[in-house]
Design a binder for this molecule. Structure first.
Ligand SMILES: [Zn+2]
Length: 330
């Protein structure tokens, strides 16, 4: 058996997702008595500082913590409370606490931990036991990986997915091969159908052929424009255009769930370059970056900062959509 029939190398890259996080207990180290001649632990000092805050400040701090973290973790308030119970030893001499104090103290002794922040490797894949509801030829799988997180702590991480082969018009009607890997960057819904069914419909329906021809024309127009855009326009202007276009295609319309790593891939630049561009936009109040997402605060400002390709493409797309006949049938 030759090497080429034994395996095929795919253009597939598994990348760590730093936005996958868990909440972990945090316990301050005990200081040597020489450095801390009091009889109180560092944990005890932290508790004392929380108790020194007035109730309005405690409520405001707790609200601040919840605003930043609640969307990413289940049962966060219960986690704060149970952590506060575990730290009871540090509360000696301080009871009773209010509910808000207890929750804030619990939060102080927890930290968010990104378990894929540094690296991802050792992939292993098996068939999922549930293969229901899939299109013909597709396979649902479970993938396990070793993740290296912050502080180089290893963990085993799991993902499920569907291997569904090809995507797009060329794979269905052209070469019938998939030359590229398509990555879904923003959550949403999609329609799928078997390639053979698609080909039959394509041959039978003039309306479908017209739609496909227009779609291909738009793709080529975009490809030409993006070559010029990448060479001529600033990262910041391209970022604004990309964010606005991605949001137009998403359900939310305001928050783009994309990490800075993904944005860097979309724009073909270093992550640090994207970070700098986001900082400038954040300082101007146009958007807000949270872990793993961008929230648009001022869409008008983003529109003004976006490169002119946005208008050029918008015009080209609407002209192509509005044209009466299929370009290729004339
Ligand atoms: Zn541009």
């Amino acid at each position: 058996m030759s090497k080429s029939t034994f395996f095929n190398r795919q253009a597939l890259h598994l990348r760590p997702d730093p936005a996958r996080v868990v909440v972990r207990p945090f316990k301050p180290a005990t200081e040597p008595r020489d450095f801390n001649p009091t009889d109180k632990s560092r944990a005890n000092h932290i508790v004392e500082r929380v108790l020194a805050l007035d109730s309005a400040t405690v409520a405001a701090q707790l609200a601040d913590v919840l605003e930043s973290f609640l969307g990413r973790h289940r049962n966060l308030l219960q986690t704060f409370e149970s952590r506060a119970l575990e730290m009871e030893v540090a509360f000696e001499g301080h009871v009773p606490f209010t509910l808000d104090q207890r929750r804030l103290i619990g939060a102080y002794f927890l930290h968010e931990y990104s378990f894929e922040a540094a690296a991802l490797f050792n992939p292993s894949i098996v068939r999922h036991w549930d293969q229901s509801g899939l299109k013909p030829g597709a396979v649902r799988f479970i993938l396990s990986l070793r993740g290296i997180g912050e502080g180089h702590v290893s963990s085993v991480t799991f993902r499920t997915g569907v291997w569904d082969g090809a995507l797009g018009v060329f794979e269905a009607c052209g070469t019938r091969q998939s030359a590229f890997l398509a990555e879904v960057q923003v959550e949403g819904s999609a329609l799928v159908m078997a390639a053979d069914d698609y080909r039959r419909m394509y041959e039978a329906s003039e309306a479908l052929r017209t739609a496909v021809h227009k779609y291909v024309e738009i793709l080529l127009t975009e490809a030409r424009q993006f070559v010029a855009c990448n060479a001529l326009h600033s990262v910041e202007a391209r970022l604004c255009r990309s964010v606005l276009e991605a949001l137009e295609r998403s359900r939310d319309g305001r928050t783009l769930p994309a990490t800075q790593e993904v944005l860097a891939q979309m724009l073909g630049v270093q992550r640090t370059t994207v970070t700098a561009a986001i900082s400038r936009l954040q300082a101007s109040g146009s958007l807000r970056s949270t872990r793993g997402a961008l929230e648009v605060l001022d869409a008008g400002a983003l529109e003004r900062a976006a490169c002119c390709c946005r208008d050029t493409l918008r015009m080209a797309r609407s002209e192509i959509y509005a044209s009466g006949e299929a370009a290729c049938d004339e």
